[in-house]
Structures are given as structure tokens and as C-alpha cells.
Design a protein around this ligand. Sequence first.
Ligand code: FES
Length: 623
Amino acid sequence: MPTVTFLPGYRKVTVPEGATLLDAARAAGLSMNVVCGGEGKCGKCQVYVKDGTVSFDREKYRRFFSEEEIARGVCLACRAYVVGDVQVEVPAGSLIEEQKILVEIPGMQEIPLNPAVRKYEVRLEPPSLEDTTPDLGRLLEGIERQGGPPPNRVYAPLGVLCSLPQVLRRSGWHVTATVALVPGGYRLSSVDEGDTTGRLYGAAVDLGTTTIVAYIRSLVDGRILATASNYNRQISCGEDILSRVNFSRRSGLARLQQLAAESINEALTTAADAAGIDREEILEVMIAGNTVMTHLLLGIDPAYMIAEPYIPVVRRMLSTAAGRIGIAAHTNAGVYTFPAVSNFIGGDIIADILAAGMAEREEATLMVDIGTNFEAVLGNSDWMLSCAGAAGPALEGGEVLFGMRANPGAIERVRIDPDTLAPSVSTINGLRPRGICGSGLIDLLAELFRACVIDRTGGINLELDHPRIRKGQYYPEYVVAWKEETSIGKEIVITENDIKSLIMSKAAIHAACMTLLDAAGLAPGDISRVCFSGAFGNYLNKENAVTIGLIPEIPPECIENIGNGAITGANIALVDRRRRKELDGLARRITYIELNADPSFMDRYTSSCFLPHTDIALFPHVQ
Ligand code: FES
């Protein structure tokens, strides 16, 4: 079998002839940027062939490369096939690196503490010939005496029973029992020697398609002890949900289940180490993830969710023991997953709703969570409507020539001087620019529009006589950074084609918001606030979002970024059992509107494919 050597680092793997360089990279443990899931559409998986040859149709993918890159032997790893030994250089930009992951959430410490898991310190009389009560019964009576639930409502797993006699006798009949409230009663999760009531920990987890965030907090006093984040290791099986489900169909579900658990464990281990606790001391885990991620974590087949009639196996909140799904916590720790409304409005959105406090307010809130897909929810304490759709990868930097994720070196802020048309940019970590991430693209679109470099259709005005505005190799383009200013040895431009992709993405989101408003019989002015959830929304310039017509026009002061709503919601449900109990009811109350089945959605979308909209009266404050 041919050997593929990856530079720098000289990682070698042997792969069958006909494997792609992306397959080889995965086998070598490299996490490549595969925004389109290996479909040859995003151009982000570029590598250079240094020695040997591969089978690659360079003409077909020419649009991704400059002449200089072609001369150096560039190709797309996902579309280049191994035909013999080959040496390949992987540029840093083609690898996934540390992304801005939203971890810190202001105000998080203020959630009221009412956990579903409690500890009881119990001192017991040893058994005697006069008192032959079995060990378990003796313990449960002791728990009840300490204010715990009645013995007949407590279920004891076999694992706890097997170690119980030794624990009781070794401790001199002085133990601490952990009891969790579970559907239908209580579970005896663990019995420890002595008094451990001061040590009771829980974990809240945001199980994202791309990233994982974990919080560890004390369930004794509610303090956040540590947070951690990392990538979802399932990325090696495809970047988006569809490619993961297809991977599970092709290669089996077990690998994706294992990778989900490993990804969570990596975050839990980092956070537990930072908190100075043993992972075994984590006795409750609350996980917010979208519907597919939740299915995959629990080992439930999501295959029927991606084909008509699009059916998930389950929508309600589920609980299982950590040991059953390989989560690195106490083996009997309860692992809870958020309920879902539909395939597309999953547990992460229910967590967003919790974080935004939508169900507690009388005024209507519009909440939008934007990624490659977007979800929107409109409502208040009485009613809620939701919808979801594909925004396309443009807003996350995919399918935009110099688009990239929010990694170091990404341009995240742009201003354009209306007189000189010169941009001033700021990048993540202040590095020399490598590309443009979502918030930078929104800024760019709004600033180009304000400076009249682009018209309302997104067309670049080539009549402006300016060195930054030019015809470009394939499309008209605007130079955002000159070659000597960047770290990639070439200019960073935004093309008219990129701008059109961005406009289509924003149009889908705007049209979805208007569909919800129309269904509720409301106008934009009737909304008291718009909440953006997720990393994209958090770094977004609110005024620019309105200027381009990403959302209906409402005053910028009514727009809130709620940060990572999924992890905030998971924290709320972790520490407050009352709120957790309401989740299934909340999910059932939300009406899902299928945009594809709404005949007026397409008209709204078409009308939104302008800056800010065909009907400028909808945006009276946009100049
Ligand atoms: Fe290769 Fe997108 S992953 S082009």
C-alpha cells in the first residue's frame, strides 16, 4: 500500500490506493478544515504535493487557486486520490486550530440553587441479632431520618449494592449517600465512607456539532469551579450534521457515539483537573445538543431524520447513567439530555430559550441562533413559534474565497473610510490577517454598502476608480488587505460572488424571521427584543446586522447577545430541578413551522435578497 507522508512533522501513514489525501490525513490524526464535509465545495482543505503524484482534477477546482499555488502543486485533500507514495505539505490554514469558543457567560453565578441530586450524611446502628434489617433497608431508613425520600421511592442500582456491605463496615457505619431525583422516584447514586457532604459536583455540557463546552460547578453552593472547551472529535467524520449521519450509515454508529463521549470526556477531564476534583465526584451531567448530536451521543440511530418523512427516534428529555454511554463521571451519575421540538429545533435551542428567559416574559422575544443552519424562535410565556433552515456556510466563512472560522488571524472587525475607501481591520489575537470570519464578513458587507462600493444587489461598482476595486480573475473584487499586510503571502479580497453568497445567507434568515412574525400576526415593531445566541451572534455588530437586513429592523438597543445560550441553559437545568422539570412541557408548547411547506417563504426570501431588502420601507432607518 502507498505511504503518505505529511509535512511538517513527517507523519507517515499507509493507505490503500485510491484513498483520498483527506482519508490519509484523518488516519494520520490530522484535523483538517473540512467545511463542506469533503465535497470539494469549500476549498478549505488545500495541501501541496511536494513529492510523488496524486490523481487530482486541477481544472475542475481551479477557482480555488491562484496561478502561484497551481505552480507549487496545490490540490484539495478531499478530491486528490493516492496513486503511489507521496509527500504532502499541509499549510496551517488547512488545519483546525483553536477557535474562539464561547465559554464565559456573565451572570451565570446567579442561577438559584435547587439541584436534583443531594447528599445525606448518615450514622447507622450496626446490625445485631436483635436488629437484622438488611444493609440497604438500614441505609434508606437513615436517609429518610435525615430528611431524604421514603425508602420505598428509592431505587438502588446493582453496582451500589455490590459495594455497600464493605463501605458500611469499613466506615464504621458512618457514610454519605447521594440520592438523585429521577423520573418516577429517586436513585441511590453512590455511598461513600464518612462525611463527603461538602463535595457534590455537577457538569453542564454544550454538545455542539463543532465544539464542546463544559462547566463544572459545586451543587453545594452553586459556584462555577472550572470551564473547558475543545473540538467535537466527530469533525474527523464530517463537519456538518448531514455528513455525520451519512458517516454513521456508512461506517456504523458506534464510532460516532464513542467520539461524542470522548469529546465530552476531554472537556470534563480538563475542567475537573482545573477544579481540583476527581471526575468520579461528578454526580450529575446536563447536556444540551441538537437533535442529531443527542441521538449520536446516546447511540440512537439518527438515519431516519435526514430522509422523508424526517423522523427522530425520540424528542423528550432522556436520562441514563454515565457509565452506560462512557461519560467520564461517577458511573451512576445521571446524564440528562434536553428535549427537542423537531429534528431541527433541538435541545440546544430549548437551552437557548431557557437562557433568554423567553418563557418568563409577556413581551414577545425573537431569538436567533446562527451557524451553517439557523434556528429562530418567536414568542413569550404563552406561545412560541419556531423554524429552522439552511443559512449556507457563507456566514461561517465557508464558500467565501477568504472566509475562515473565528480562528487567530481572522479579520473580525472592518471599517471602511467612506472618503478614501480604505479599510481598517482588526483580527483575532491581533495577528496579521489570514482570512475573514463571520462577524468580519457582516461588517464588510455593511461597510461596503454604506461606502457605495456595492449596490443593493451586492454588485461591485467597477466604475469607482480605486486600486482596491478591480475586475479580479473571475469576479469583481475589493481588496481587504494587500499581500504584504497578510500572513498568507497573498492578498485577501472579497469577491462579488462572495457577496452574493452572503446576501443569500442573510436573506434566508430575514425571511424566516418575517415568516414567524407573520404567523404570529406581529410586525417588527411589536418585538421587544431580539436575542442572538451562539458564537456568531456574540461577535456580531448589531447595527451592521440591521443595515444589511439580516434581521427585521428594530432599535439596536433592543438587540441582545446572550452568548452561548446552550451552555447557559444547561447550567440552569443542572442547578435548578424545577426549571429542568418544565423542559418537556416547554418543548411541547413550541409550534414548528416548516419553511419549505410555507408557500410565502420563497417570496419573502426573494424579497430579502437585497441590501437591506426590496421593500426599503421595512428599514426606515437604514440610509
Ligand atoms: Fe475539501 Fe471542502 S473539504 S473542498
